[in-house]
Ligand binder design. Sequence first.
Ligand code: CA
Ligand code: CA
Length: 156
Amino acid sequence: MTKPYTDEELEEVKVIFRSMPSYAGETIRSSDIPRFTNAKGWPLSDEEIQNGVEYWDKFHDGVVSLEDMIRVCRNIHDTAELTKDRIQACDKDGDGFISREEFENFFRNLVVHDPRLKVSSFENFIQAVDTSNDGLVSVEECGAWIEKCLNQNKHY
Ligand SMILES: [Ca+2]
Ligand SMILES: [Ca+2]
């Protein structure tokens, strides 16, 4: 983590979060994400915001808890950290590896908006990410790959 959020910033996040129309029991609906982003003043494009809404719909049934939001805020300055968090979420069966199905259903959807992380197929993805050459993509390998891509600005 590069730039941790200060207590003041986290307080601000909580206040904005609790002012959302869908706020109930320390959660909001994903439909309030654009409103939240605006209120928070994050310089995100419409596409990025839409991507965020889709992410919460797909991975969390459209429900964002305050805890989740704080985690996102803490990582917002650190794309690699945020993305790793999302890889973990892609590993639906929790075996530590991204299977073809998990790749098709989740991973592709996750990185499609960042050209630095573009992969055209699962085969392509394995080739790029599987550094141990066992034909499996572990969550760790995936994290290391993303970090490398973001650092080198490399296109796949
Ligand atoms: Ca898995
Ligand atoms: Ca491997």
